[in-house]
Write a protein that binds this ligand. Structure first.
Ligand SMILES: NC(=O)c1ccc[n+]([C@@H]2O[C@H](COP(=O)([O-])OP(=O)(O)OC[C@H]3O[C@@H](n4cnc5c(N)ncnc54)[C@H](OP(=O)(O)O)[C@@H]3O)[C@@H](O)[C@H]2O)c1
Length: 252
């Protein structure tokens, strides 16, 4: 259990779901872990449970990211792993997309991700690993995800260019595209229990492996990409989705 021994790792959205599970795994693998989240109470609770450093910053605010970077730089110096994971899911059909919803989604999922990397770039060690948490919604055309999916497709495109440009520093940049994963993200949408149940059943029926993924399963892949075992992998995307992208016309 020492894949990340000696590495300093920052995880945005580390107080919940995939970020939380990855923080736990990173720590088990020997990394020094710093989680970032937007809610002071949630960040403090998670940081205490995990035994890691917690920092409060809303990634849609450039000055908040600046403050987080300065705090990390003075306490830890440069970092080796940046898991750009903070994100929100706000479903809406075409025709009912509001400006507020558009701004909120893109400010967190895309602008937040881009400026997290922009601001952390000066304190990334040569050979660092950046992992961007995207989604298979970048590709699926799933109803109600036009803006969410576009924010993730933009992130995947950004990932490829960033990988090219950061390669001279031996910094690797990759994206992970999960399918439906059992985290609190869906209950934060404001959908009723009944709607969530209906959506859950419909999605599970479409997944060849017939279940949601667990955040720990994403943490395994992210840990691999953060480790030196992935030393020749950059500019790549990994679907981790129980087979959703196979998109079978007939499901047995
Ligand atoms: N679950 C899935 O099915 C699924 C599938 C594909 C991709 N993803 C992606 O996976 C990532 C993690 O999501 P999750 O499923 O683990 O959901 P989650 O449990 O809701 O975790 C999201 C994390 O991001 C934080 N966050 C949201 N907005 C933020 C902001 N402006 N500044 C800082 N932190 C912020 C959340 O804070 P709060 O706790 O305060 O809300 C939370 O810690 C997201 O990028 C999501 O789009 C999820």
């Amino acid at each position: 259990m020492s894949e990340l021994k000696g590495k300093i790792a920052v995880i945005t959205g580390g107080n919940s779901g995939i970020g939380y599970s990855t923080a736990k795994k990173f720590k088990e693998e020997g990394a020094t872990v710093i989680i970032i989240g937007r809610s002071k109470e949630k960040v403090n609770t998670a940081a205490t449970e995990l035994g890691v450093k917690g920092i409060v910053a809303d990634v849609s605010s450039l000055s908040a990211i600046d403050n987080a970077v300065n705090e990390i730089k003075s306490e830890f110096g440069n970092i080796d792993t940046l898991f750009v994971n903070a994100g929100v899911f706000i479903p809406a059909p075409v025709g009912q997309i509001t400006e507020d919803m558009f701004d909120n989604l893109t400010n967190i999922n895309f602008k937040g991700a881009v400026f997290t990397i922009e601001k952390f770039s000066p304190i990334l060690n040569d050979g660092a690993s950046i992992i961007n948490l995207s989604s298979i919604n970048a590709y699926t055309g799933m109803p109600n995800t036009a803006v969410y999916g576009a924010s993730k497709a933009a992130l995947n495109s950004y990932t490829r260019t960033a990988a090219t440009e950061l390669a001279p520093r031996k910094i690797r940049v990759n994206a992970v595209n999960p399918g439906p994963i059992a985290t609190p993200i869906f209950s934060k949408t404001g959908m009723s229990e009944e709607q969530l149940k209906g959506m859950g059943e419909a999605m599970q029926n479409r997944i060849p492996l017939k279940r949601y993924g667990q955040p720990e399963e994403i943490a395994e892949l992210v840990t691999f990409l953060a480790s030196d075992k992935a030393s020749f992998i950059t500019g790549s995307e990994y679907n981790i989705d129980g087979g959703v992208n196979i998109n079978p016309l007939l499901v047995g």
